[in-house]
Design a protein around this ligand. Structure first.
Ligand SMILES: [Zn+2]
Length: 420
């Protein structure tokens, strides 16, 4: 009996010992694995160098010159991770998770702009857009009291509503889930023309910095197709990055909503107020000969691709042409969705990747911006086709695209400056 008991005790203590050893081994293993994956994860995402595990290495990798520009600082993978956190506006952190852009009550399937115009009438009662953003639901007495205090605000806003960009921002903030009215207002957009339905055509410049010659002028255009919501939201996120980091590397001009009526009418649509696809209405050299016949025969008169009655027939097109001739950009970036790629027209060299988007040339169409700027004006033009028209990319992806874009622009415009 006693020997059996002894054996049992021995067995128990053996098991106990084994358990301890196991735990120690596991505990040792966890940090090693975690450490390895964290290190290998960062450079792989940054695309800079495969071996740059140690921060010192990665700082010196890819770009040999130490990036001193804040615009470029975002390029250095390790610095990027560390520095962007405090610099990025706190609200952009929410876009870490996929944020659905507030659909218009009648907005069709957001993920596929091609279906726009077919399915209509969403559940108005559940659409987040229908409820004014800042007014709490007066369920309790306390909330009702708070509401009474809040009610002063709209009257104050009316006073400032004479600047057409204020109304533009109010509408943009109500339409887009990822951009608040305040986000838009704080950009202090410059009103410089009216759309067909009398909305503001506006831009913002990030001017050259005293004592520093910019590498060039860059025009960034969002929302030329009104139902590609993410093209407006991502552009505004990029502006927020620049708000903190503009160092005079480039002279930027941002046009967040090139087709405000298409975006902001109750039912958003690709075309402008007159049903014209602005990205087929530019006065390209082949417009007169090809635009309408292309529309009739190739698109079978698809209303979403209608190039207009004549070239540059639309106020928005005329305004955009003036922007291009007046600002005289060295490169143009145009945001679209949802083809999930980078398209490029104009003189070499195209960017191979922007964040998770890879280069895939689609060719040009009569009246398209790529054709007008890239072929006729021989300007480098990058068409960023985001993955989804209605779902925001993650913050990391938005930052990654920006970082790659600045890197490409720096290479491209350094070259063209040298040639001048
Ligand atoms: Zn588009």
């Amino acid at each position: 009996m006693s020997s059996n008991l002894q054996k049992l005790k021995l067995l128990l203590s053996l098991l106990l010992l084994l358990g301890l050893v196991n735990c120690t081994v596991l505990r040792d293993r966890v940090p090693v694995d975690a450490g390895a994956s964290a290190e290998s994860g960062t450079p792989a995402e940054s695309g800079a160098s495969a071996e740059s595990g140690a921060p010192a290495e990665s700082g010196a990798s890819a770009e040999s010159e130490a990036p001193t520009d804040p615009e470029i600082r975002i390029e250095a993978p390790i610095e990027f991770e560390a520095k962007v956190e405090p610099e990025a506006p706190s609200e952009t952190r929410t876009s870490d998770t996929k944020v659905l852009i507030k659909p218009s009550p009648e907005s069709p399937s957001l993920t596929d702009p091609e279906t726009v115009g077919r399915e209509v009438k969403k559940d108005i009662a559940t659409s987040p857009e229908v409820t004014p953003k800042s007014v709490p639901d007066p369920e309790s007495k306390l909330e009702r009291e708070a509401l009474a205090l809040v009610k002063v605000e709209p009257q104050q806003q009316v006073v400032a509503a004479f600047d057409p960009t204020v109304e533009l921002c109010r509408e943009v903030g109500q339409k887009l889930g990822s951009v608040s009215v305040e986000d838009c207002l704080s950009q202090n957009l410059v009103h410089s023309g009216f759309s067909t339905a009398s909305r503001s055509l506006a831009f913002k410049d990030y001017l050259p910095v005293a004592g520093r010659e910019p590498l060039g002028r860059v025009l960034v255009i969002g929302g030329i197709h009104g139902d590609e919501f993410s093209s407006v939201s991502v552009l505004i996120k990029w502006m927020q990055i620049l708000d903190k980091n503009h160092s005079g590397l480039f002279h930027w001009r941002f046009v967040p909503t090139a087709n405000p009526d298409g975006l902001l009418n109750r039912k958003s649509q690709r075309q402008n107020q007159n049903g014209v696809d602005l990205n087929r209405n530019l006065p390209t050299s082949d417009w007169m000969v090809n635009a309408l016949s292309y529309w009739e025969h190739k698109t079978k008169r698809n209303p979403r691709r209608y190039p207009g009655p004549y070239q540059a027939s639309e106020l928005e097109t005329q305004w955009l042409v003036k922007q291009i001739s007046g600002f005289n950009p060295d490169a143009i970036i145009s945001l679209h969705a949802p083809y999930h790629l980078v398209d490029y027209d104009g003189p070499p060299t195209a960017p191979e990747v922007l964040g998770g988007l890879s280069l895939r040339r689609l060719g040009v169409y009569p009246g398209s911006l790529g054709n007008y700027a890239g072929i006729d004006l021989e300007l480098p033009i990058v068409t960023v086709e985001l993955k989804s028209a209605g779902i925001m990319p993650r913050k990391k992806e938005i930052d990654g695209m920006w970082r790659d874009l600045v890197r490409w622009l720096r290479g491209q415009l350094s070259k063209s400056t040298r040639l001048k």
